[in-house]
Design a protein. Structure first.
Length: 181
């Protein structure tokens, strides 16, 4: 027999606990990857600076705006009282998420040739690992949003939009570290 407590919002505390375990595990996983990237960039500053010249900062900047807009739609889905608005906002968030994926694939097409180049001291291997892991999360959560848009129940929407915002937050950390730092 398990005990669960209803909160003011009507959400069981065990559901919130599981959600926050997911959130923190994502943040820790990406934190470890970014820490490895930062350590190697301190050990090989010249090669990392040279490698960053091969990244497409304009596409990445535009993609950041796309993901922020997607996050706005996700927030609207969470706030919406009307199921029709909730559905539309979830679809908007998912579509912009998939646009992010498409732009990232275009960006990758110009960068993949540098992967494995020893002159860059694993920059591109870590770059593709970090951004690819993020991209997998965007794809997965985009499909989850499409799937739940049909019924768009409040608690399910709350859960997926919380995770979507975590992935937004992760990108807002990845972007300056990989492209600007």
């Amino acid at each position: 027999m398990t005990a669960s407590v209803e909160t003011d919002a009507g959400v069981r505390s065990d559901e919130q606990f599981i959600l926050w375990i997911l959130v923190w595990s994502e943040l820790i996983a990406f934190g470890i990857l970014l820490a490895a990237f930062l350590v190697l960039s301190l050990l090989h500053p010249e090669s990392y600076a040279m490698a960053k010249l091969h990244l497409n900062g304009r596409l990445a900047s535009f993609n950041t705006l796309v993901l922020i807009a997607s996050g706005w739609f996700a927030a609207e889905a969470h706030r919406a009282q009307s199921i029709h608005i909730r559905r539309a906002a979830l679809l908007g968030a998912a579509i912009l998420g998939f646009l992010f994926v498409g732009i990232k694939v275009i960006e990758y097409s110009g960068e993949i040739r540098f992967a494995g180049d020893a002159a860059f001291h694993a920059f591109f291997e870590l770059y593709f690992l970090i951004t690819g892991f993020h991209l997998a999360h965007v794809i997965f959560l985009g499909f989850v949003m499409l799937a739940i848009a049909r019924r768009a129940e409040t608690e399910t929407v709350r859960t997926v939009t919380t995770l979507w915002h975590v992935i937004d937050l992760v990108w807002l950390t990845i972007f300056p570290v990989l492209y600007l730092g």
